[in-house]
Design a protein around this ligand. Structure first.
Ligand code: FPP
Ligand code: MG
Ligand code: MG
Length: 445
């Protein structure tokens, strides 16, 4: 590891940004209904890790300025902010809680429309307004839309946690009682929906269809991942590939060079089939990595790397951001699944100590343990539902190398994230992203 990366401090780099992120999120969630207002804001009172906003903000800084249209993108956003300050039109920062902001009879909007009709060329003069301080550091400035995207990712994440804690019957979250345990399931679900609604409103204000499409597809992915986890269509041990069959005959959805596909190919064959392992990896991508990957990609779009005719480099930047986020997200969830066995509830601030087994879930440590102790297969297939199953499984898993093989796989994804990152030019923000990818392996909660 280079000294630059070792010394990089993602949180210090974005200290002020994270302060305003928390403030802005609270204002995005204002509701006139006191119960909704309280529950919607509840999980934001405790300190989260802010992984998703950090990735968005740092990826913005690492890629802004690369697009040949960067100057125009930046000027357009400045002009929009200027307009807003002078009472013409809405900016991304406009409060969302007043119903009338979306009203077409908003007087300033009407005035703006009239102005445009009488003088269509005025739109040109406002979008080419010269920046007030075009110094060199402004090249890497965050755009208002990128800040807002960072907030949106945290809103979506917390919405999914509100729903998740209902599904998982979780008593605790962020070292405090969970929302369902305090407010009940119904209000927790509605609060999650409210967060998604406000996130959608804010998303629509970003003015990019490509970004809307990316983020909307994440919402579908989160639900798909959760349903895959809940219902299985987990490929059945007996009806899938026999140990002697080539791995290629399984219904593989992973690229053969993907660390997880390589890991699946090294299974002994006495436990989970490659198809079972890849089902778990696919679910992991959908429920955790998709949000990080697609929001990292989306912020490069906001920075001007969207569909651009004749600029092939844009695709490379977007793909690098996506691949970084995908691999970081997978590593992050693998460690989460490992910590569920190796850390206590007290250390995690949420249920731990094998909580996933109680939910009937076999994550990476359990799958690897099955590979070593074939008798685990039966317990996994009946979702640990018989008396004593959870304890027996936990014992076998802790005696196996399941946790350390999970850590190794997470390390391979961390390395792949860093490889993707190195396709981008060197910068402080890139160092900080690299540090995040390394630190994910040693996190304790
Ligand atoms: C936490 O996983 C949960 C997720 C990463 C996603 C949950 C998604 C849904 C409930 C679908 C609904 C989606 C939206 C957009 C509202 P975990 O239970 O393994 O982690 P934990 O230990 O933190 O609870
Ligand atoms: Mg869950
Ligand atoms: Mg959960």
């Amino acid at each position: 590891t280079s000294a630059r990366v070792r010394l990089a401090d993602p949180l210090a780099l974005l200290k002020d940004e994270l302060g305003s992120l928390r403030h802005n999120i609270t204002s995005l969630l204002g509701s006139k209904h006191p119960a909704l207002d309280t529950i919607a804001k509840y999980y934001f009172q405790a300190e989260g890790k802010h992984v998703r906003p950090l990735v968005v903000l740092l990826m913005s800084q690492a890629t802004n300025g690369l697009s040949p249209t960067w100057r125009e993108v930046e000027q357009r956003e400045r002009a929009r902010e200027e307009d807003r300050r002078e009472g013409r039109g809405r900016g991304v920062d406009e409060p969302l809680e007043q119903e009338d902001v979306l009203n077409d009879d908003n007087p300033s909007m009407v005035q703006r429309a009239k102005d445009l009709l009488s003088n269509p060329l005025s739109i040109l003069s406002s979008s080419t307004a010269t920046p007030t301080s075009a110094d060199s550091t402004s090249t890497l400035n965050l755009l208002p839309t990128q800040r807002r995207l960072a907030e949106i990712t945290e809103l979506i994440h917390v919405a999914s946690l509100l729903h998740d804690d209902v599904i998982d019957l979780a008593e605790t979250r962020r070292s405090a009682p969970s929302a369902p345990s305090l407010f009940g399931n119904k209000l927790s679900i509605l609060a999650g929906d409210f967060l998604l609604a406000r996130a959608s409103l804010a998303l629509s204000r970003l003015g990019s269809n490509e970004v809307v499409e990316l983020v909307a597809s994440v919402l579908a992915n989160l639900v798909e991942g959760e349903v895959m986890q809940m219902k299985g269509n987990m490929p059945n041990r007996s009806t899938t590939t026999t140990p002697s069959a080539a791995p290629s005959s399984s219904s593989s959805s992973l690229a053969p060079t993907d660390p997880s596909a390589i890991a699946a190919a090294t299974l002994s064959g006495r436990g989970p089939t490659p198809a079972i392992f890849e089902h778990y990896m696919r679910k992991t991508y959908l429920k955790t990595a998709s949000l990080i990957a697609k929001s990292a990609r989306a912020t490069t779009v906001l920075g001007g790397c969207g569909a651009l005719q004749g600029w092939k480099e844009g695709e490379r930047v977007k793909d690098a951001a996506y691949e970084y986020g995908r691999n970081l997200g997978i590593a992050f969830q693998l460690i989460d699944d490992m910590l569920d066995f190796t850390a206590s509830a007290a250390e995690l601030g949420k249920p731990g100590g094998g909580a996933d087994l109680k939910l009937g879930l076999a994550t990476a440590p359990a799958l690897y343990a099955w590979d070593e102790f074939p008798e685990l297969g039966e317990l996994i297939e009946r979702k640990f539902e018989r008396e004593g199953d959870v304890e027996r499984a936990k014992d076998l898993i802790l005696r196996s190398s399941g946790a350390s093989r999970t850590l190794d796989l997470a390390a391979a994804h961390s390395a792949a994230a860093i490889e993707a990152l190195h396709r981008l030019p060197e910068s402080d923000a890139r160092d900080a992203l690299e540090k995040m990818a390394r630190d994910v392996l040693t996190r304790k909660k």
